[in-house]
Design a protein around this ligand. Structure first.
Ligand code: HEM
Length: 131
């Protein structure tokens, strides 16, 4: 069935996938995202997405969402951005974030796609050293 297929795709995706509600609270997180941030799903579901990022974004993310909801002007939705994630152990890592807005059973949710850039960034840094 279609729902089961979708679930299998999300569960096995290489990239992290997180969905949040209109307030920014985490509703679902796939295994790849759990591995990247080093949390079990039950540790983060229900928490604000800002829990997974360092300052200054951490203190401003609610405002980013509110501003978008009031102005309709996206800064990441449909564009993408390189941002910094905060793991459970306090370390950070760079990733490419893609966000889309989804109308789902009469309400609005946001889905975030997380593509880890740590290895690519490390390689770039090493190349700079030899340049
Ligand atoms: C907006 C950072 C994760 C949903 C933004 C902006 C930044 C940001 C910098 C816009 C700033 C501006 O207005 O110029 C981050 C960081 C994340 C993260 C550092 C690391 C965990 C997520 C995830 C989702 C999400 C996983 C969705 C599941 C949104 C939404 C907006 C937004 C809905 C407002 C719409 C827009 O500006 O296009 N975020 N974000 N964010 N983010 Fe995040």
């Amino acid at each position: 069935e279609n729902a089961a297929l979708l679930k299998a795709i999300i569960q096995n995706a290489i990239d992290g996938i997180i969905t949040i509600d209109e307030r920014g609270l985490i509703e679902t997180i796939n295994p790849a995202a759990c591995t990247l941030f080093n949390y079990a799903p039950e540790e983060v579901v229900g928490k604000n997405i800002s829990y997974l990022m360092p300052p200054p974004d951490r203190t401003q993310h609610d405002e980013y969402i509110r501003r978008y909801q009031h102005t309709g002007v996206p800064h990441i939705i449909g564009i993408g951005r390189e941002v910094t994630g905060l793991r459970k152990d306090g370390t950070t890592f760079p990733f490419r974030l893609g966000v889309s807005e989804v109308a789902y059973s009469g309400r609005k949710i946001y889905t975030g796609f997380i593509h880890d850039l740590s290895r690519q960034k490390e390689a770039e840094e090493q190349l700079k050293e030899y340049a």
